[in-house]
Design a protein around this ligand. Structure first.
Ligand code: AMP
Length: 419
């Protein structure tokens, strides 16, 4: 496998899978958060700086029926150009009809292709009416498989080199994230700088963490995180639980949870996680106190209680002060911290304090020399909201991809290049 640092793009055309799946303003369709565009810049600059040309491809949103204005990648051109000193960005308004534009690219030029997902071939999922028969589904799948091959080889025909720098979609076996790699030999495909740094950060945490290593898992449901938690039990010293999944654990241990969110069918699973953790010597922390609400609403009345004594009719929506203090102490004493998922319903101001406290504690630990890795849309949003993105070690751009990597799964976009 080659490293982008060792490759000269001089005189070469590179097709780069970037992640320009950015949020757009509903009325003006201007980019409202350009984090992902900024993430792709080092790779783009390397290519054009070497004297190569870059053909950028991405998806944006979830178009389900072909081209739609609100999903057009032309809306990112202005933001991308701004970050490149006002550079002219060429645009192909059909990703499959860009051969002439690609062939005519001069050294140092950039061509952006229209949204790949305007074609069902990108994801390889047939777009059928809800009432399609089994027969029709089968037929559509076979047809799509064949046309997906053409789709991918058309994209590959534009360039001499393939670069994947879209970590956010690396867990998808899509045309542009995985299949296209087959058109290039090992000397002509590579990861971009963003994927390289994502992998470096995750591998550091998973294979050689400084100790003690603490994982913080929050979010709504334990079922979404179960595989991650299980894989981490072999690696971490402390596991801090937070968010809605708290209550599945509390109930599993016999506590009273009022009307807090709970996965009744996962009580055995919660008990087995606790047992496994004990047998592996992992200390699991379940929140001991909570901020409760009388309804799931930003204007709800609030109260406090022990998590295992939640009054009837009340639901726990954030961790309480005692838990915050305990968690701050554990984080402070850790040398490696991995955080995924909020501690409470942080979107509502009344229930955001626990998540903010954890974000602050991570920043402090980082200042004291710990390596801190944050991933997952909500924890990243919490870090950004607290303006701490540059005060932690690494903020991952791929929620789902990061979770799958930590679960120990092989990501198709990574395998396609690493082999
Ligand atoms: P996830 O996508 O699994 O990381 O879950 C994130 C969501 O969990 C956020 O939208 C939070 O509002 C929600 N959440 C966090 N804590 C709670 C809680 N105690 N009860 C209900 N939902 C919660």
């Amino acid at each position: 496998m080659i490293n982008i640092n060792d490759f000269s793009f001089a005189g070469k055309r590179a097709i780069v899978r970037v992640d320009f799946n950015v949020p757009l303003d509903k009325s003006t369709l201007a980019v409202t958060d350009d984090t992902r565009i900024r993430g792709a810049l080092p790779t783009i600059k390397k290519i054009i700086g070497d004297g190569g040309s870059a053909i950028l491809m991405s998806h944006l949103g979830r178009p389900k029926k072909g081209p739609e204005e609100k999903f057009s990648l032309k809306h990112v051109i202005a933001a991308l150009s701004d970050h490149l000193g006002g550079k002219n960005i060429k645009f192909a308004d059909d990703c499959l009809k860009a051969k002439d534009l690609a062939d005519s690219l001069q050294h140092g030029e950039i061509l952006l292709l229209e949204n790949l997902r305007f074609y069902a071939e990108e994801e390889g999922k047939p777009r059928l009416a809800d009432d399609a028969t089994e027969e029709e589904k089968k037929e559509a799948k076979t047809q799509l498989k064949a046309s997906q091959k053409e789709f991918v080889s058309t994209l590959a025909s534009y360039a001499d080199v393939y670069v994947n720098d879209a970590f956010g979609t690396a867990h998808r076996a899509h045309g542009s994230t995985a299949l296209i790699a087959d058109h290039y030999d090992a000397d002509h495909k590579m990861f971009g700088y963003l994927i390289n740094s994502e992998l470096q950060s995750m591998d550091k945490v998973l294979t050689a963490p400084d100790k003690p290593f603490t994982a913080i898992m929050g979010g709504a449901k334990v079922s979404d995180k179960i595989l991650v938690i299980e894989n981490l039990l072999d690696k971490v010293h402390n596991l801090l639980i937070g968010g809605g999944m708290t209550y599945t654990f509390v109930k599993a241990m016999g506590g009273k949870i009022g009307s807090s969110i709970c996965e009744e069918d996962k009580l055995d699973l919660a008990r087995s996680i606790l047992k496994k953790a004990e047998s592996k010597g992992v200390k699991v922390y379940i929140p001991t106190d909570a901020i409760n609400a009388d309804k799931f609403d930003a204007d709800a009345n609030t109260g406090e209680s022990k998590t295992d004594e939640t009054p009837d009719g009340w639901m726990g929506l954030d961790i309480g002060q005692e838990t915050i203090q305990t968690y701050e102490e554990v984080i402070k004493n850790s040398k490696t911290v991995l955080w995924n998922g909020p501690m409470g319903v942080f979107e509502m101001e009344k229930f955001a304090a626990g998540t903010s406290a954890v974000a602050q504690a991570l920043a402090k630990a980082t200042a004291n020399g710990a390596f801190t890795l944050i991933g997952g849309g909500d924890s990243v949003a919490a870090i950004n909201k607290n303006k701490l993105a540059d005060k932690v070690s690494y903020v991952s751009t791929g929620g789902g991809a990061m979770l799958e990597y930590i679960e120990g799964k092989e990501l198709p976009g990574i395998k396609a290049i690493r082999g």
